[in-house]
Design a protein. Structure first.
Lengths: 256, 315
């Protein structure tokens, strides 16, 4: 099963490299978001763009990863409609290998998105506030989160009738999760009811952990709680996989 | 001889649509079964069940001796599937498509490449091997798709409408490939909308409509049932129409219909009609611009088998 998944992961990476527009998605989007938020809102929100960048960058990375992990549902839905999966399913390979392969191939996409965002941030003046192993840990953690989250997208991809519907549904889920968090502003500036949501929104905790690991604990809402936030993210990954992996594979088996 | 494909009472319902209402199919090893029917008759559903992609609601099917529901892995090791919509990956080259499948079939990379090149050569795709398949023509895609389904040297191959949408020359290419497959001893189940195709390739034909088998026979037997062939003649000059009409009657072929202003058509049962007519036309020195024997269309097959016009076909 692992060998089959890797062969199929290679397929999705090859496809990715063939379609540069898929990279525009993961490379330009974080750059545009960074420019927009840092230079337009930076002064207003944090006093200066230089002060805002370390605060907002981890949030932009998380947001990018969340949007990127949604493309898998769209791609799988397209593959199924085009009949490519019929071929895979008529071969004597593990039934979940095509899904696992697509998810594994997406790790490359996520890594590129994170790399581009960090490199661009460095160009416009970001300096890591933490040691290198902490940054590597952050990348590992966020990729793990992406791989866990993408099962939600896989499930939507299996249930929706068209690739367009997958895209629409996914955005409906991701927008409140990313914007309704502490991505762009400190949570204590929000009205009480929204603070309540932000504090239970798992994305807030992912962002907090990323801030602690990339920019330094000073940028966290609760600087003493980096370990707790990391544990929270790991727990969220476990819950996402425990719930959505079985659901996604179930939907995949009954599809068609 | 042993049975390669054996299906009994297969039913499948999708929501309100009864795709299959209990069909039986049987193919002896090394033979070709043509499954003939219009769009929506259930052909593709039947193939999908036999290829283990879909479970039947009721009924049983065995392929190469293995049950499609309880032994799907054994079945998959022995089948090749060529879909109605060529299921090759558009963003990969022809070679990459085949190598990937070879590797999934547990060939190592070197062997997968060797097998891919062998099939690319066999299907006349060597020149296009390194091009993305999205640049391929419809005929090339079909060939690649067929090649992909043969990588594992399957003993049973399903061809789901392999020539739909192809021009006649490309269609002949596909036919030749199917014949080559059969010469190697492969069992083939072919679905088609064309009696002509089933007649050209199949040893036996099962006609299905609305998820049911409405006829099963050899091509010869089926043609007898549906009234054989149609003789069409188009005189070069419309002034000869009346003379040709009289001639058809006097030589004993029959009273023709006139489907187009300058065309006469008459259904014939024996093999001698064309020769007889050619002789008579020559004797009378009547020039014709078209003279042909053609098999009944699917529409006509259904008309003769069920006595009613099949609206899905006519539409």
């Amino acid at each position: 099963m692992i060998r089959d998944s890797l062969i199929l992961a290679r397929r999705s990476v090859t496809k990715m490299l063939r379609n540069p527009e898929q990279f525009i998605d993961v490379t330009l989007q974080p750059i545009i978001m960074t420019v927009l938020f840092v230079f337009i809102f930076g002064g207003a929100v944090a006093g200066s763009t230089a002060d805002y960048l370390p605060f907002v960058l981890p949030g932009i990375i998380v947001q990018t990863i969340m949007f990127t992990s949604l493309t898998i549902g769209v791609n799988l839905n397209t593959d199924i409609q085009k009949g490519v999966f019929d071929r895979f399913r008529s071969l004597p390979i593990s039934r979940s290998a095509p899904l696992l392969g697509a998810v594994a191939g997406d790790i490359v996409r996520h890594t590129i998105a994170i790399g581009v965002t960090l490199a661009f941030a460095a160009i416009i003046g970001f300096r890591f506030g933490t040691p290198w192993f902490s940054v590597l840990g952050a990348i590992g953690l966020i990729v793990l989160f992406a791989v866990s989250l993408c099962w939600v997208s896989v499930l939507i991809g299996m249930l929706a009738r068209s690739a367009g519907a997958v895209q629409g549904l996914s955005f409906l889920i991701v927008f409140p999760l990313t914007f309704g968090s502490s991505t762009f502003v400190k949570a204590d500036t929000l009205p009480d009811w929204l603070q309540g949501w932000v504090s239970i929104n798992p994305v807030t905790h992912v962002i907090e952990a990323m801030r602690g690991l990339i920019s330094g604990t000073a940028y966290m809402d609760n600087p003493g709680n980096l370990g707790g936030e990391i544990l929270f993210v790991l727990g969220a990954c476990v819950v996402l996989v425990a719930v959505f992996f079985p659901l996604a594979t179930w939907a995949y088996r009954r599809k068609i | 001889m042993t049975t390669a494909i054996e299906a009994h009472g297969l039913t499948k319902r999708y929501g309100k649509t009864q795709a299959l209402a209990g069909i039986d199919l049987e193919v002896e090893e090394g033979r070709v079964l043509g499954v003939l029917g219009p769009n929506g008759a259930g052909k593709t559903t039947a193939v999908r069940i036999l290829a283990t992609l879909v479970r039947p609601d009721t009924g049983t099917a065995r392929v190469a001796g293995f049950d499609v529901v309880s032994q799907p892995k054994q079945v998959r090791e022995r089948i090749g599937l060529t879909g109605q919509y060529a299921s090759v990956d558009e963003d990969l080259t022809g070679l990459q498509n085949l190598v990937m499948i070879g590797q999934l079939l547990d060939l190592n990379r070197a062997n997968a490449i060797a097998r891919a090149n062998e099939l690319l050569a066999e299907f006349d795709l060597t020149d296009a091997a390194k091009r993305l398949t999205k640049t391929y023509s419809g005929g090339m895609r079909r060939r690649l798709d067929l090649a992909a389904s043969l990588i594992g040297r399957p003993s049973v191959v399903y061809l789901d409408e392999p020539t739909t949408g192809l021009d006649p020359a490309k269609r002949d290419d596909v036919w030749d490939m199917v014949r080559a497959l059969v010469r190697q001893g492969t069992t083939v189940l072919l679905t088609t909308q064309y009696l002509e195709e089933a007649d050209a390739l199949a040893n036996e034909i099962t006609v299905i409509d609305h998820g049911r088998v409405i006829a099963h026979d050899t091509p010869q037997g089926l043609k007898r049932q549906v009234g054989g062939q149609t003789l069409e003649v188009r005189p070069s000059s419309t002034q000869d129409l009346t003379r040709v009409r009289e001639l058809l009657v006097t030589v004993g072929i029959g009273e023709p219909e006139q489907p187009a202003p300058d065309l006469l058509s008459v259904s014939v049962s024996g093999d001698a009609a064309l020769t007889t007519l050619v002789g008579a036309l020559a004797k009378e020195k009547i020039a014709v611009s078209e003279l042909s024997l053609r098999l009944p269309s699917l529409d006509e097959v259904f008309y003769s088998l069920t006595g009613e016009k099949n609206e899905e076909v006519a539409a």
